[in-house]
Design a protein around this ligand. Structure first.
Ligand code: M6R
Length: 353
């Protein structure tokens, strides 16, 4: 049932190109049909989610604010429940792979009571979240067995790209161009998967450390957060994620030869300042592994290793970079002999608050 793969996690990472195709097909064949109340006059969006789905929400915030100008908040479901922030009739988007996460379900119920419309982005058909929400958009990731979310995260991103493009103020021709780029993503992810051997070699090096730091800027911040979560969850290496510009406000103290840094270098307006941040990190003697575009000639001058990803529109780097970081976590955990599909202390869905 693992289709020849040693673990479900690896099988599920290798299914990502197909998952992207299936999720795009679902919505591009018929257009993303949301009733008028969904898209008409949204003045604010609030995401509620946990774990990896929370990181997808952060990517969603970046995309929606950038492409539509609608303000977006992202709340941990577990905090939302007790804090109950003002909603101003905001559209609430809950993201949950399982559709059974207790905190997310409770937060959705509260959001409804506070007068918000709820949309759920869910992977499991017929799960509780699909019955609580006013509106459901399914991700087409198929069953995900490994506790670590991989393909479901990428499917969530695909739905978020489509929502952001649907609500965007960009001219139609630009939206169509971006959709064409999205259609090319399965092929680009296949190219990332071809680099697995290279990523595995870097994982061998990483596997000897007990602390790591992931950094990024802009859309690179949630990429870093998700990369660090994956690493902690399955390899038990302590991994922190930081917006690169925040390092100097305290976390610099952790850097040094015992703390390698994984830097997500996205080819957008943050690129130059990220390079500066990388130089600052190198000056503290940390080993730096950058994830960067294949045609980037600059970065290799400053870092120890570069993992290359195919060139794409910068907003889609969240996909290519995340697949790299999933493989890096997988191979690091494998090298450390960890129980990859069922990490200690964790369950696939967290059905208690
Ligand atoms: O099923 P959900 O998306 O609601 O689950 C949320 C988190 O429990 C989940 O993403 C968790 O963080 C994963 N194990 C991370 O890989």
């Amino acid at each position: 049932e693992r289709g020849g793969y040693e673990h479900f996690m690896l099988k599920e990472i290798h299914e990502i190109p197909k998952v992207i195709e299936d999720t795009l097909f679902e919505y591009l064949s018929e257009d993303i049909e949301m009733d008028a109340s969904f898209s008409a006059g949204i003045s604010e969006i609030v995401f509620i989610a946990c774990g990896t789905s929370y990181h997808a929400s952060l990517v969603g915030k970046y995309l929606i604010e950038k492409l539509t100008g609608i303000p977006v908040r992202v709340e941990f479901a577990s905090e939302f429940i007790y804090h109950q922030p003002p909603m101003h009739r905001a559209l609430t988007i809950a993201i949950t792979q399982s559709g059974e996460t207790a905190d997310t379900l409770e937060a959705m119920r509260i959001a409804k009571k506070l007068g918000a419309k709820t949309l759920a982005i869910v992977n499991v058909l017929g799960s509780t979240a699909t019955r609580v929400a006013d509106h459901v958009l399914y991700t087409r990731a198929g069953p995900e067995i490994s506790v670590a979310a991989t393909k479901s995260f990428i499917a969530q991103l695909i739905v978020l790209y489509l929502i952001a493009l649907k609500l965007s103020r960009l001219p139609g021709s630009e939206v169509n161009r971006l959709i064409d780029e999205l259609r090319a993503m399965p092929e680009l992810v296949r190219k990332v998967l071809e680099r697995e051997g290279e990523i595995e070699q870097i994982a061998v090096l990483i596997s000897g450390y007990e602390n790591m730091m992931y950094i990024g800027r802009g859309i690179g911040v949630p990429i870093a957060m998700e990369g660090a979560l994956k690493m902690k969850e399955i390899s038990y290496i302590h991994a922190e994620a930081y917006p690169a510009g925040e390092l100097k406000h305290g976390s610099f103290a952790l850097l040094g030869e015992k703390t390698p840094v994984i830097a997500s270098l996205v080819p957008d307006e943050t690129y130059e300042i990220m390079l500066n941040n990388i130089k600052e990190v190198k000056a503290r003697e940390s080993v730096v592994v950058a994830v960067a575009d294949e045609d980037d000639q600059e970065v290799e001058k400053y870092v120890d290793f570069v993992i290359r990803v195919p060139k794409t529109e910068h907003i889609f780097s969240a996909i290519t970079h995340s697949v790299v970081l999933q493989l890096l976590a997988y191979h690091t955990a494998r090298k450390r002999g960890c129980e990859i599909d069922k990490p200690r202390n964790l369950a696939k869905s967290v059905t208690v608050e």
